[in-house]
Write a protein that binds this ligand. Structure first.
Ligand code: GLP
Length: 240
């Protein structure tokens, strides 16, 4: 379905067709794209034109080439809007995806000095250490290590942290979450991330550290999250 009479360049028409097939699910992430020759023959256009369309889609990250193997459909990343203080559960539900958690560790430990300072508590005061894999539709998105003062956020259970922490804090404890500061860093996966996020060694990871406070200014969590860089991207509106 190429319109050779159209003022729209043929390579661009082909690009749009391939994109549409990716978007409607006909081409699935990881699938091999038909070869240049197949497109050229089927659509009766030159291989050069096909190559141009494919190169543009590789540059736009819809496709990627693997040496000696061919061209493949790239997994589309989830875009997270950073213009609000939301929870993982809310982020996934807002997209119509089902969030879940795999709990790796849940215990109370004495706070080390630096953590105690960030949480405005005494050194060695009890904190919950929660390590969870956060999944969307059953796929691991992030590994999250959360530290919460046990004397402030009372009654946490493994059951609660396997659903939503923010929901418990706001709806069950009736506390108001105020604001957070968040740091971003690009890193390569460490051993733990390779294991839990099901990625290969040296994969890129987006590391984030969030410190969040209640409306009254009391910090209630320090969270270190490692997001799969192949699954996630972040968006921020900037005003001047
Ligand atoms: C995000 C934030 C964390 C926060 C978590 C709460 O992942 N980066 O700082 O602790 O959401 O999520 P939930 O309410 O789903 O447990």
């Amino acid at each position: 379905m190429i319109d050779k009479q159209s003022p729209i360049p043929i390579y661009h028409q082909l690009e749009e067709q391939i994109k549409a097939k990716i978007e409607n699910g006909e081409y699935k992430p990881g699938d091999a794209l038909p070869s240049e020759r197949e497109y050229a023959e089927q659509l009766n256009i030159s291989r050069m034109t096909v190559r141009q369309a494919i190169t543009n889609l590789v540059n736009e990250r819809y496709l990627h080439r693997i040496k000696g193997k061919g061209t493949f459909i790239t997994e589309q990343k989830l875009e997270q809007n950073l213009n609000g203080l939301t929870s993982f559960t809310e982020d996934m539900r807002a997209r119509g995806m089902e969030p879940s958690n795999k709990l790796i560790n849940f215990e109370i430990i004495p706070a080390k000095l630096s953590l105690a300072e960030q949480l405005h508590i005494a050194e060695h005061a009890p904190v919950y250490e929660i390590k969870r894999i956060r999944l969307a539709e059953g796929i691991p998105m992030a590994l999250e290590r959360t530290y919460i003062p046990a004397n402030l956020i009372k009654g946490l259970t493994d059951h609660i942290v396997q659903s939503s922490l923010y929901q418990y804090i706001e709806n069950e404890l009736g506390l108001k979450i105020g604001k957070a500061s968040q740091l971003f860093e690009a890193t390569l996966a460490n051993e733990e991330e390779v294991e839990y996020l099901e990625i290969t060694e040296q994969s890129p990871v987006l590391f984030m550290k969030r410190t969040t406070q209640l409306e009254n200014g009391t910090p209630f969590e320090v969270v270190k999250s490692s997001y799969r860089a192949d699954r996630y991207k972040f968006m921020l509106d900037l005003e001047r």
